[in-house]
Design a protein around this ligand. Structure first.
Ligand SMILES: O=C(O)COP(=O)(O)O
Ligand SMILES: [Mg+2]
Length: 221
């Protein structure tokens, strides 16, 4: 591990399933939107498997599950709007940092390594969650799934971070919980680190073959 970390000049974290367990609040917002659409609620186990490709895809998966077929565009749009308005009001009620997250964040931070977040969740929700969980001050910034034309697994947001901090991809680390994080990291030329406790559509993230798999982020520092 020491070799992997030696030349690292930029650390990019995924948010949902890596730094924070956000599924309880996401589930509340999904279920509120389903209820509004007069459909049965989904519950946490399903939502945990559906998170990872941004909120619009999350809602499409929830509607497909409830309806037994893919929803129409307009219905999906309306339900997504319901989700967004509920989540905007309650982005961080039950959301908690994972054990080891604060140790890792502080460990990199005291070494002077810039910390950045690349998440697929809408950008507007990132600030409130970082603020409420008390980690806002450690990060130089973030990108959401709607910040750039392409999101993870595309490498675009990771390469944007490299340019912004003037750090080569080979000296940058992507830390995430899903195959989209590992794929984006590999495509960008980053060192890839994965955690097994998050959300990866019900599959082990080890299948994506990250450079390093750690049980707890604290192991990194
Ligand atoms: O909101 C999502 O779909 C996933 O978010 P993440 O990229 O922070 O895991
Ligand atoms: Mg994630």
């Amino acid at each position: 591990m020491r070799d992997l970390l030696e030349d690292i000049g930029l650390v990019v974290f995924d948010l949902d399933g890596t730094l924070v367990d956000s599924v309880p609040d996401l589930t509340a917002a999904v279920d509120a939107a389903l209820l509004e659409a007069a459909l049965p609620m989904a519950g946490e186990d399903k939502v945990r498997r559906w998170v990872g490709n941004g909120s619009r895809v999350l809602i499409e998966r929830a509607l497909t599950d409830a309806l037994g077929e893919a929803p129409g565009e307009v219905f999906a749009d309306t339900t997504h709007e319901q989700f967004l308005s509920y989540y905007a009001e309650h982005p961080c009620v039950q959301t908690r940092l994972y054990p080891g997250a604060i140790e890792a964040i502080k460990g990199f931070w005291v070494r002077g390594i810039p910390l950045f977040i690349v998440t697929n969740k809408p950008e507007a929700f990132v600030g409130p969650i970082l603020e409420t969980t008390g980690i806002n001050g450690y990060f130089e910034g973030w990108l959401g799934g709607d910040s750039l034309p392409r999101r993870k697994p595309d490498p675009m947001p990771l390469l944007y971070a490299c340019e912004r901090f003037d750090v080569a991809p080979a000296c940058s680390m992507m830390i995430g919980d899903s195959r989209h994080d590992v794929a984006a990291g590999k495509a960008a030329g980053f060192v890839t680190v994965a955690v097994p406790y998050g959300y990866n559509h019900g599959e082990p993230v080890s299948s994506s073959e990250p450079d390093l798999l750690v049980e707890s982020l604290a192991q990194l520092v």
